[in-house]
Design a protein around this ligand. Structure first.
Ligand SMILES: Cc1ncc(COP(=O)(O)O)c(C=O)c1O
Length: 407
């Protein structure tokens, strides 16, 4: 057992140590990779007792329902968010799907924000309706619109804060106050993990992440996690994750995530500082019409972000739109040239990596969203999304200067 009192330490200490016990076999400091599908019992009686959970302590029986490396990852995530328990999944979409399967049935109603990640948008528009689940879309930052969308059969309100790709911030406490105790508020906090915000403390019932992004933070593993009450996590694990969805992460990926999470606090500080510098640079750039970054005083989300996001950190994601006319080119054509001219940012979807990544939502992450719905959510053809990495901000800005000049 760890000797640390986690209720009394700073986030930097918690994220290094929480969830990770020294290995009981040899005292290894790093959590070993338990690369096994199954676990052996000395006797039939022992196996039966472990299946029946009659023996105190953690006793995995099969890696789909539990694995020690993955359990350490789950416990670290629960501690990170201040939740009672967590369930790890093989990807962020595994986390999204697990929540839907666990808490929705035919005849239920779910409200999604009008702009969510393209994969989640597909779940809302194409996966849930054929199951007889009613879906509404509203701007969840508009509390009056949200209240108006609630029906007697509403079970979940689902949004991302900040959202993908508009970096819009939704007031978690105001949403929970508006929907009351009987509707689960589910927040995808992938774009701004702790220590930037702790949405359970703000009133969310469930928080989920694509671990693939900042939390693993090295661009080398897919993963997801759901965090919330022990009761809700029990439902997800028993009914969904280990059954109909069956999507645990591999022990090796859980090990990578544990390793990545140790540096989450320092990485997020640098991502945020770099993003603020790049956002200010883009805002002052004559070819840029609008910059979406909640750290900018001019951003419509700024006031709320200052209240809801912690330690003066606003995340590492910046979106921006070029002018309608850039050197005689449309914003779309100029955007393509800009991306192609850059040398440091990689043109790639995903986010939260040490490498700066740049993408075009209308043709990449949000290509599957109907054009009218895209426009209604502000995703124009000229919108560019930037995941600001851990390089030198000075070098990144110099690269943008070169790339703009060469359009
Ligand atoms: C906000 C958000 N949620 C969920 C996902 C899905 O995560 P994954 O790719 O790990 O399945 C993504 C992927 O980009 C995302 O941006």
């Amino acid at each position: 057992m760890s000797k640390i009192d986690f209720s009394n330490v700073d986030f930097e200490t918690l994220i290094v140590h929480a969830g990770q016990e020294h290995d009981p076999a040899y005292g290894a400091l790093a959590t070993p990779i338990y690369q096994t599908s199954t676990f052996c019992f000395d006797t039939v009686e022992e196996g039966a007792a472990k299946f029946a959970k009659q023996i105190p302590g953690y006793h995995p029986v099969y890696s789909r329902s539990g694995n020690p490396t993955t359990r350490a990852f789950e416990l670290k995530c629960a501690a990170m968010e201040g939740g009672e328990d967590a369930v790890a999944t093989a990807s962020g979409m595994g986390a999204v799907g697990s929540v839907m399967l666990a808490f929705l049935k035919t005849g239920d109603h779910i409200i999604f924000d009008d702009s969510v990640y393209g994969g989640t948008n597909f779940v809302a528009e194409s996966n849930l309706p054929p199951l007889g689940i009613e879906v509404s879309r509203v701007d969840t930052a508009n509390i009056e619109a949200l209240k108006a969308a609630i029906r007697p059969n509403t079970k979940i309100v689902y949004f991302e804060t900040p959202n993908n790709p508009m970096i819009k911030v939704t007031d978690v406490a105001a949403v929970k106050a508006a929907v009351g105790p009987d509707i689960r508020v589910v927040v995808d906090a992938t774009f701004a993990p702790p220590p930037i915000q702790h949405v359970l403390k703000l009133g969310a019932d469930i928080v989920l992440h694509s671990i693939t992004k900042y939390i693993n933070g090295h661009g080398d593993a897919l993963g997801g996690v759901v965090v919330g009450s022990a009761a809700d996590m029990g439902v997800i694990r028993a009914n969904c994750m280990t059954k109909i969805n069956g999507c645990p992460p591999s022990p090796f990926n859980s090990y990578l995530v544990l390793r990545g999470m140790k540096t989450l606090a320092v990485r997020m500080e640098k991502h945020c500082a770099n993003a603020m510098e790049i956002a200010k640079y883009l805002q002052a750039n004559p070819y840029v019409k609008t910059v979406y970054y909640p750290g900018l005083e001019s951003d419509p989300s700024h006031e709320l972000a200052c209240k809801q996001m912690e330690n003066g950190m606003f995340g590492g994601m910046v979106s921006f739109e070029l002018n309608d006319d850039v050197k005689g080119l449309s914003s779309f054509e100029a955007g393509k040239k800009l991306l192609n001219n850059l040398t440091i940012p990689a043109i790639a979807v995903s986010l939260g990596d040490p490498d700066t990544l740049i993408e075009h939502p209308a043709s990449m992450t949000h290509a599957g969203v109907a054009p009218e719905a895209r426009l209604a959510a502000g995703i124009t053809d000229g919108l560019v999304r930037l995941s600001v990495g851990l390089e030198s901000a000075k070098d990144l800005i110099a690269d943008f200067e070169r790339a703009f000049a060469a359009i």
